[in-house]
Each structure stands twice: as C-alpha cells, then as structure tokens.
Design a protein around this ligand. Structure first.
Ligand code: MTE
Length: 319
C-alpha cells in the first residue's frame, strides 16, 4: 500500500479495509463448511452460495481514490420507500422485509422475456466482477463504492431487444403489505427509472448485487439495483422487480413529481445547477469536515466513456 508506483499490482485486499476483508474471508470459510455438510441435499442456489470473488476489474479501479467506509455506505441512504431521513432505511428496511427469495421480470419488446429467480439470474450473468465507482447524489454529496455485479449489457444480450426497443425501463419492488410508505405517502409508487438503449449498453452501466464483497443489504437495494455512475444517484433504481424494453421514453418517478428539477438524463454536470442549489461541488461522505468539499466533475469523471452519447445534445435542455 505504501508503494505508489506499483499500485497497479495491488491485490483487491489492499483497497478493502482489512477488517471487512477478513470478515468476508471468514464468511466464505464458514459457508464453505456449511455447503460441504449439506452436500447430500438437492442443489439449491441461494444468496449465500453466490461467490463474490476478489475480481476487481482493473479498468475501474480508481487509482488514488479512497473508498467510502462500508458502514457509511450502509447507513447513509436514500430509499424513500423506507423513510425520508438518511438513517431510516437501515432501520426500517430490516424489520422483516424479505429480499430473498426474489424474482425479477425481464420483458417488453424483447425476443427472450422471462420471470426468473434472482440467484438463477446471477448464475446466468456471472461471474460477478468488482468495480470501484464514484457515486454522486443530486443533493450534492458523494461516495466511492466498490460494487459487485455485472454489466447491464449482459442482461440486454440475454433479453434480445426487438428493433423497436429504444429505451429500458426499471421498476423497483411494490409491496404495500410490507412497506407502509407504499400504502400512501403521496409518491407514485413503484419507483421507476429509465435509460436509452445506448446508455444501457454503455460499458459503465452496471447491475449491482453486492458491495464490499457481500450481498447487497436491504437499505442499498437488495437483491439487485441499477448503477449508472455518470448520472445522479436517483437514476440507480433499487430492489428491481422488473426491467423492460420499451419504444418510448419512460416516465420516471422523479420526473413525474418535479419535472423542472429532475430530468430524464440527469447526467452529473457542474455547469447546470439544480433550480434550488449549485452542482459545482460536492461533499464527500466520510471525507472529513475540511477535506470534504470537492469539485464536481462533468459526467462524474466518466467523460471519456460517455460524452459521445450526448455529442449532439444541449445538456441544459436535456438535463
Ligand atoms: N431507488 C428506490 N427504489 N427508491 C429510492 O428512494 N433513491 C435514489 C436511488 N435509488 C431511491 C432509489 C437516490 S436519490 C439515490 S442517491 C440512491 O438510490 C442512493 O443509493 P444508496 O442509498 O445506496 O447510496
């Protein structure tokens, strides 16, 4: 860790805080034994049998950038189905809400629609890879998160879009029986989001099923969520129940609630302020009071990978 020039060769353990790394090792060891003991039972895919290898993708390492601590990622959340305060989802999404077993529907304008158990989908789309991504919320705070998952493009391939399909629509869970807010806090549930198909197949678009080498916690969007790091965090719909290929630009929850504040594209852009606050800088969560404020980067630092998608677009109009 103290040898800057050789950081390219760092093992995954070097960017993962030691305690969590060991905890995961222990978790895999104990589980290994558990699996051996149950070898006589019919094979069953479960959250626990999904392996999270040390598989950091070297293209998405973010050299020199410090990862946000796992406990902060798991306790400072936006998940309005479970309360409006940042500390509520951790509490309220873990009072009996079950995110396994879980099935997800892949449908719409595609040749290969299906309703599939999440762990079967993970097996189909695996192996799971690790990517360290910047995460910038529209509220002007940010984190750096080591996600585990797979490129969304793999799911697009699996679905086989029809030629008329131009967009992807993402729908989060809808479970009013177990989620009190969905029985009527005024939001048009379920949470919905969307991407154009070229965005969905961009190399950065990702489906996360874990972070820091462990299955996603409920408050972070278990068992599967969208991650589009060049866009504001609200595009990353959590706890997905349905992914559809569609012909028209889908209506999204935030766009429906406040169309003048939350556009469809929502690309991170320090030059286009939110109507109620500046987007020029951001507060790094856990970065400390003095070092916390940092400039916001166009496309959240991913200009090289995504700027071409918007070459002919007025980013002020298509905000
Ligand atoms: N998905 C659902 N279903 N409900 C939500 O309230 N909040 C969004 C996004 N996805 C949200 C959601 C917002 S505003 C942000 S910034 C990120 O999730 C926060 O993700 P995190 O809590 O894992 O950091």
């Amino acid at each position: 860790m103290n040898c800057g020039h050789c950081s390219w060769d760092l093992p995954d353990s070097a960017v993962t805080p030691e305690a969590f790394y060991l905890q995961r090792r222990e978790f895999l060891r104990v589980f290994g034994l558990g699996l051996a003991a149950s070898a006589l039972l019919p094979p069953r895919i479960s959250a626990e049998s999904v392996t999270f290898n040390d598989s950091l993708n070297a293209s998405y390492k973010l050299d020199g950038v410090k990862l946000t601590a796992e406990d902060l990622i798991a306790s400072y959340n936006n998940f309005y189905e479970w309360g409006l305060a940042k500390d509520q989802p951790k509490e309220l999404a873990n009072r009996g809400w079950k995110t396994r077993p879980w099935s997800i529907e892949i449908g719409g304008l595609c040749a290969s629609p299906r309703k599939i158990d999440i762990d079967e989908l993970i097996q189909l789309l695996g192996p799971i890879e690790r990517r360290n991504y910047r995460h910038r919320c529209v509220e002007a705070w940010s984190m750096v998160i080591p996600w585990d998952g797979f490129p969304l493009a793999k799911l697009v391939d699996l679905a086989q879009p029809k030629p008329e399909a131009k967009y992807m629509k993402f729908t989060s869970f809808f479970d009013p029986a177990n989620c009190p807010a969905q029985r009527g806090n005024g939001f048009p549930w379920p949470y919905t989001e969307g991407l154009t198909l070229p965005e969905a197949t961009n190399e950065l678009a990702f489906l996360a099923v874990g972070l820091y080498g462990k299955p996603l916690r409920n408050q972070n969007g278990a068992p599967i969520r969208l991650v589009v790091p060049w866009k504001y965090g609200f595009k990353g719909a959590k706890s997905l129940a349905k992914i559809e290929l569609v012909a028209e630009q889908p209506k999204t929850l935030w766009n429906h609630l406040a169309p003048n504040e939350y556009g469809f594209y929502a690309n991170v852009n320090p030059n286009v302020d939110h109507p109620r606050w500046s987007q020029k800088s951001e507060r790094g969560i856990g970065a400390g009071f003095f070092s916390g404020k940092q400039p916001t980067l166009i496309f959240n630092g991913y200009e090289k990978q995504v700027a071409h998608l918007y070459a002919d677009m007025d980013l002020r109009k298509n905000f």
